[in-house]
Design a protein around this ligand. Structure first.
Ligand code: 2P0
Length: 317
């Protein structure tokens, strides 16, 4: 048995979103989703067995509340047989203000590290299923470049797969609009969104968009990738505004960045937006355009910080 195992997993941004569950306890989604894994942003996690009475978590050198990871480890004990308490040390190399779901890279890295510590077979599908139980989007962070999480209908059938393990020249510029902790967690936000009268139509459209997105990626057609991703993301945020207890992740600055990006597209640049469960905007473009667009964005929004991300790697341990 190994003493200590360290694993690394990158964060991901969905081009076709996961926004709703058919099973809350198991994180079974209402839609299949597709994401790009980001090279520069990742989590490194070390795990070791301890004689302590409880699991513990040290995040970025500070002791954290371990209840969520402990619940996750209990689930693993149920799946693979009881094992001693675990001490987890984790470092997030994700700009904390950028709203780049660190739960995806965190649970993917923790899953990979635990597979190492427990000497389990390196089975990507099984790792994806287990990571999904920690946080839905973590199921996709097992893979590099592009991953598709097929929604499935139960624990066994709901897992992500590598979709296309090549760099198609896509870039994302992350506009950091707010570092405030999100007002509405993803878990709660998606539950509310499912009460929107238009939610069923968004889910149906999402299946068509996923098929179109796969084609666009295989053809390395970045304009098509951007247009579909933007439509899917804006549709997701519409559900939040139309549900029974409406809420909105957009701020006025979010809307300004969205409007400016659309102007850039009209002016002939490859520029599209996607937005997750927070106010920050990810601008989809290509390697050839990223610097031109970044210069324009910095000039228009001198108060904002921008990071450039490209497609990146699968988990490692
Ligand atoms: C996604 N997001 O597909 C979507 C789009 C945010 C907006 O997955 O409840 O933290 O832990 O399964 O994975 C964020 O949701 O939610 C997310 P849980 P998760 O990337």
């Amino acid at each position: 048995m190994k003493n200590i195992v360290t694993a690394r997993a990158h964060t991901n941004i969905a081009l076709i979103k996961y926004w709703g569950k058919t099973d809350i306890a198991l994180n079974i989604p209402t839609t299949s989703s597709l994401s790009m894994t980001l090279e520069p942003f990742y989590t490194t996690t070390s795990v070791e067995f301890t004689d302590n009475e409880s699991d513990s978590l040290i995040l970025n050198s500070a002791m954290e509340d371990s209840s969520r990871v402990s619940k996750f480890l209990e689930m693993m004990r149920g799946q693979y047989g009881n094992f001693p308490k675990v001490m987890i040390q984790s470092e997030n190399h994700v700009p904390t203000a950028a709203g780049l779901a660190s739960s995806a890279s965190s649970f993917a890295a923790l899953t990979a590290a635990m597979f190492g510590l427990l000497d389990l077979e390196k089975d990507d599908s099984e790792m994806s299923r287990i990571a999904r139980r920690g946080s839905g989007s973590a199921s996709r962070s097992i893979f590099g470049n592009f991953a598709v999480w097929n929604k499935g209908e139960n624990h066994q059938s709901s897992f992500a797969e590598s979709f296309y393990n090549k760099d198609i020249g896509l870039s994302m510029i992350v506009a950091e609009i707010s570092s405030e902790k999100k007002k509405m967690s993803s878990t709660k936000g998606m539950q509310l969104a499912q009460t929107a009268p238009t939610y069923g139509a968004w889910v149906e459209k999402s299946a068509i968009q996923l098929a179109e997105m796969k084609q666009a990626i295989l053809q390395a057609d970045i304009e098509k990738v951007g247009l579909i991703a933007q439509d899917n993301a804006l549709g997701m945020h519409e559900q939040n505004r139309l549900c029974l207890e409406p809420f909105d992740y957009f701020t006025s600055e979010t809307q300004r960045v969205v409007d400016f990006t659309k102007e850039c597209y009209k002016a002939g640049l490859l520029a599209f937006v996607t937005i997750d469960a927070g106010p920050n905007v990810k601008i989809i473009t290509d390697h050839a355009t990223e610097k031109i667009l970044l210069t324009k964005l910095k000039a228009e929004f001198p108060e904002l910080t921008f990071d450039i991300a490209r497609a990146g790697g699968a988990y490692e341990y």
